[in-house]
Ligand binder design. Structure first.
Ligand SMILES: [Zn+2]
Length: 608
């Protein structure tokens, strides 16, 4: 009743017009008396300040409010919201979410059932290939055994003639018995087939599949917020998100979900050498079962403590191949096969390196050489990176020095040491300075010559005391000496040099010319045999004195062969540290004797 009344109310100002509009906004701020709430079309025309946003058609409320959104109702601050809602509701199909979901499930159920139906039939057909039920087994048994025929024969009504009956039965049994092999074979086959299904039948697997399907179905969702990877890609890149996860693991244990991404990252490691096809296929398969994978979550880190994947992807293929080769090599070595190890040692590269470290020029300790050789064997594959052909600037020189004998080496070494500026002079004892002349030659040698045959020993000594902690080498050459003539070499105290024969201190060795050599011929301290038997020089008749006072070393050797070595007798050794004025001593007697002090050197070590 009210409806009809309002719709047909006439305007107070224009009585022939129906009321058409109602003010629905700015009502609150206006005093009711000033302006009418209802308008007819004439009121509308006459209102010069008419604001259409404030007025609603009364008809529209009646006709559209049941089914539509009314654009100007209710009063709001932003009418765009209502306008958008109007737009949204005008496009019917895009809002049909429930229908879309329903359609999906209808279609899904239908396809699902069809698929199950197909697989069910397929499985039943498969099972029917086997003699599965008891009836079938019995039926097949009856065929093979002819038991029913047997029964028939026994049933034949020939009660009067047991003999005939017996003959018939005998015939039948005999025939069946003659087929013993065949019967056995057929029955065995029946048994085997029946058992085959028993062992081949797996009820567990379909249950697992069923469970997985249910799990997958549980994950069906039409809402992005429920789908983890979609929601995370919306915010940031999945991959970097995942990598950040792995990096964070070191500090915090996260609830790690097993995902296709994670498995792919582990499997597609460059050093696994997986083929692209395999990686692609695997990735595809894993992505399809990702929802299942995510069922498995681990409250644990991926890698061991303080470990992470080796970043093989960041090095070149060439290096990867080298590493692969090294690993194989190392595994073969670890088997401990002598032949393989020998082959490696015999390789050109290692032989050459071994020659170099083994050469005397390297001056390496044996322990180091062994370690280095072992290392070379271990890293043989990496030696490929070095070109070993033409590695020497002069292979001939290398071989020459490599093959040089030890004594030659030492001679070479000592020759290169600077000579000490040590002067020799004859003391006044026995008028030494008149009877003996010492010349310093241009090349630094000292030449000692006895001038006359006056029967006396002359002491020739060095101009300085010898230092306790130094290792001295003195080389004396016998330039001129008649057969069986002799001379002394050794040490004496400076304080005795003008008063006594040097050899009386028992720090000397008496030597004598014998044929072309010089031999030992008396015991004056230095005659303890340390090497060889007796003493004999060769060639140029060079004699070497080695001295280290602090270490109680005072020795006489043949130079350069070092075949003989005489040392100071133990009972005189304490003199070496007791006296502070010990000097090199040469005692000469015979006219024409000529001795030359060739070398005076200080060395770090006495070799040989
Ligand atoms: Zn009016």
């Amino acid at each position: 009743m009210d409806k009809i009344t309002i719709q047909h109310l006439k305007c107070n100002k224009h009585p022939n017009k129906n009321l058409q509009f109602i003010q629905v906004n700015d009502v609150l701020t206006q005093p009711i008396s000033t302006k009418p709430l209802f308008y007819c079309s004439s009121c509308f025309n006459h209102d010069l300040h008419f604001k259409s946003i404030n007025y609603l058609m009364i008809d529209q409320i009646f006709q559209e409010s049941d089914t539509n959104i009314i654009p100007k109702w209710p009063p709001v601050n932003n009418y765009q919201i209502i306008s958008d809602l109007v737009d949204l509701t005008s496009n019917q199909s895009s809002l049909d979410y429930v229908k879309q979901i329903t359609d999906f499930f209808h279609q899904f159920i239908e396809e699902f059932l069809n698929k199950i139906d197909v697989i069910q039939k397929k499985m039943i057909n498969e099972a029917l290939k086997y003699p599965i039920d008891t009836q079938q087994i019995i039926k097949r048994y009856q065929e093979i055994s002819n038991i029913l025929q047997f029964k028939q024969i026994l049933n034949n009504e020939q009660p009067n003639n047991l003999e005939d009956h017996s003959t018939l039965c005998k015939e039948f049994i005999s025939q069946m018995e003659s087929q013993k092999d065949k019967n056995t074979e057929l029955l065995q086959s029946l048994l085997t087939q029946a058992n085959q299904l028993k062992t081949n039948f797996n009820m567990e697997y379909p249950h697992i599949i069923k469970q997985q399907l249910f799990t997958l179905i549980d994950h069906i969702s039409f809402f992005n917020l429920d789908i983890p990877e979609v929601s995370s890609t919306n915010h940031n890149n999945t991959k970097s998100h995942f990598e950040a996860n792995i990096t964070n693991q070191r500090n915090q244990i996260v609830d790690l979900k097993l995902t296709s991404d994670l498995i792919m990252k582990l499997v597609s490691n460059k050093s696994n050498f997986c083929s692209d096809q395999f990686i692609n296929k695997l990735s595809e398969s894993l992505q399809s079962i990702n929802p299942i994978l995510k069922q498995f979550s681990f409250k644990t880190v991926v890698f061991k403590e303080n470990k992470e994947q080796i970043d093989f992807s960041k090095i070149s293929d060439e290096k990867i191949n080298l590493i692969e080769e090294y690993v194989k090599h190392s595994i073969t070595l670890s088997r401990g096969e002598q032949q393989f190890e020998q082959e490696v040692k015999d390789s050109q590269e290692i032989k050459q390196m071994t020659q170099i470290v083994n050469s005397k020029m390297s001056f390496l300790r044996q322990e180091f050489i062994q370690q280095f050789e072992k290392f070379l064997v271990d890293v043989k594959p990496f030696l490929k990176q070095i070109n070993f052909t033409n590695s020497f600037t002069d292979k001939n020189k290398f071989d020459f020095f490599r093959n040089l004998k030890d004594n030659k080496w030492n001679a070479l070494y000592e020759e290169s040491l600077p000579n000490l500026d040590l002067e020799l002079f004859a003391t006044n004892y026995n008028n030494g300075q008149r009877n003996c002349v010492i010349n310093k030659r241009e090349n630094g040698y000292y030449e000692i010559e006895k001038l006359n045959n006056i029967i006396c020993w002359v002491n020739c000594i060095s101009n300085t005391n010898l230092e306790k902690d130094k290792k001295y080498i003195f080389r004396i050459k016998v330039e001129n000496l008649n057969e069986s003539h002799f001379f002394y070499i050794g040490l004496m105290r400076n304080s005795n040099a003008d008063q006594n024969y040097g050899y009386k201190e028992y720090l000397s060795c008496l030597l004598q010319k014998n044929n072309q050599s010089v031999i030992k011929c008396g015991s004056f301290g230095i005659d303890k045999q340390l090497k060889g038997a007796e003493f004999k020089t060769s060639g140029e008749n060079m004699i070497e004195i080695r001295l280290c006072l602090k270490e109680y070393i005072l020795e006489v050797l043949d130079f350069p062969n070092y075949e003989y070595k005489l040392g100071l007798q133990d009972k005189y050794k304490e003199k070496l540290t007791q006296f502070d004025d010990l000097r090199l001593y040469l005692g000469t007697y015979f006219q024409g004797s000529k001795l030359i002090l060739m070398d005076v050197k200080i060395v770090n070590e006495f070799i040989n």
